[in-house]
Write a protein that binds this ligand. Structure first.
Ligand code: FAD
Length: 390
């Protein structure tokens, strides 16, 4: 280690922490990224990520986009509600963008960002597990285990991008949580009917099921009860494919093959304040959302990008990085986007995951009405793509 004091230490080298590091790389700010996982080659996270057009623009600017081995454009989003008539179709024309977004694999994104970090010679330590943090008015301290030794570093600003475990050590950060009692079963599946570029979001009383275009196949994100997730992951392929067909319906014909299945617990968790003395939270550490409508990473990327803009403008106006005024500007900047994204996904899950016939009928009417109202479609689509500034 060359120095033990930095302007900024970023804790957590997931895609959001790496995006922030890359955004800051040429700004003349000394920063260090600490990531708990060892060699990035070992990261094999099976979840698909639907990236909005806004995220594409950021990743392109960071030089990551061209490194991604596979990115499947989303040209249409088909939204329906099982057991009722309504549906809505979103197209790029509705939103006034060339494409609605892209589907990439989490591990591809992780590896591509990591390659870019190495190329840009960013200060990055993999295999560094942060165990403790504390702060005073002037700086923050980080304690971490690296190669069997405890190390300590200090910084003007600590940025938590760790998914939300470490903030619990800070006295002023509290989280609101809601366990959806749902898990997402994730797998790559092949359908009988070939359709390129169409993403399906189908609401059911157990929760939403999404089939996202993934090259020539589909990436499945199937929300089920915690008990059903264990059972579905353990099924043999033929029984799994038949059960998915019964659940999703016949729009794509039968499902003919499936890759490895994994399951993730789903909860809403958000920090009541995304800053405290010498600390800022980004990505899942600031808010963890239900994957419906694919908002979590897109929102986290905007956290990273806007925090970087705030840090760079603080530095160039010779003000102090990490001081209360800067943190307050970051908090205000993110408040609207974060709360809108959170309320949007939470309401979708709660309103659509129900057995009540009247409410189902109302949801059907809502989807059909949306389909007939281009200005409203444009309003919703642009907010999903660009956040609150859409
Ligand atoms: C099934 C599923 C599907 C999803 N689909 C979408 C989608 O389509 N679109 C979308 O936008 N979002 C989606 N999301 C959400 C998205 O995955 C997350 O929002 C995103 O991964 C958050 O990135 P992050 O970098 O903040 O956190 P993470 O990806 O959780 O990364 C946190 C990093 O911090 C490191 N870390 C943790 N603790 C420590 C420590 N003590 N010391 C050092 N490092 C530490 C971890 O090793 C990890 O690398 C989905 C989520 C799920 C579960």
């Amino acid at each position: 280690m060359t120095t033990d004091h930095y302007d900024i230490v970023i804790i957590g080298g997931g895609p959001v922490g790496m995006a922030l590091t890359l955004t800051l790389r040429d700004a003349g700010i000394s920063s260090l990224l600490l990531e708990a996982r060892g060699l990035p080659e070992k990261v094999e996270d099976p979840r698909p990520l639907a990236l909005s057009h806004g995220s594409y623009l950021i990743l392109h600017r960071l030089g990551v986009w061209d490194k991604l081995p596979q990115k499947t454009p989303i040209r249409t989003i088909h939204i329906s509600n099982r057991g009722s008539f309504g549906q809505t179709i979103l197209t790029p024309e509705d939103a006034g963008v060339p494409t609605l977004g892209f589907v990439v694999n989490y591990h591809d994104l992780f590896h591509s960002m990591h390659k870019k970090l190495v190329e840009s010679q960013a200060n990055y330590i993999a295999g560094a597990i942060v165990t403790r943090l504390d702060t005073d008015e002037n700086s923050g301290r980080v304690y971490f285990n690296y190669q069997g030794k405890e190390e300590k570093i200090t910084a003007k600003l600590l940025i938590l991008a760790d998914g939300g475990q470490l903030a619990k050590q800070l006295p002023d950060i509290t989280y609101q949580t809601h366990d959806y009692q749902q898990w997402a079963v994730v797998a790559n599946v092949k359908a009988e009917k070939k359709q390129i570029g169409i993403a399906y979001e189908r609401f059911t009383s157990d929760g939403p099921v999404a089939l996202l275009p993934n090259d020539k196949d589909f990436a499945l994100v199937w929300t089920v009860t915690p008990e059903a997730s264990k059972e579905i992951v353990a099924l043999d392929d033929a029984t799994f494919l038949a059960r998915l067909h019964r659940h999703f319906g016949d729009r794509l014909g039968r499902f003919v093959s499936a890759g490895k299945r994994s399951a993730f617990p789903l909860a809403l968790k958000y920090a009541t304040s995304v800053t405290t003395q010498r600390v800022a939270l980004i990505g899942n550490a600031a808010q963890t959302l239900h994957p419906v409508a694919g908002q979590g990473f897109n929102l986290g990327l905007r956290d990273a990008y806007e925090l970087a803009c705030e840090i760079i403008s603080t530095q160039s106006s010779s003000h102090e990085i990490g001081a209360p005024a800067m943190l307050s500007r970051y908090r205000q900047r993110r408040q609207m986007d974060s709360s809108t994204g959170r309320m949007f996904t939470d309401s979708l899950v709660k309103i659509f995951s129900n057995e009540n016939k009247l409410l189902k009928h109302a949801c059907g009417i809502g989807l059909s009405t949306l389909d007939c109202m281009p200005p409203l479609k444009r309003f919703i689509a642009r907010r999903m793509i660009f956040g609150a500034r859409g």
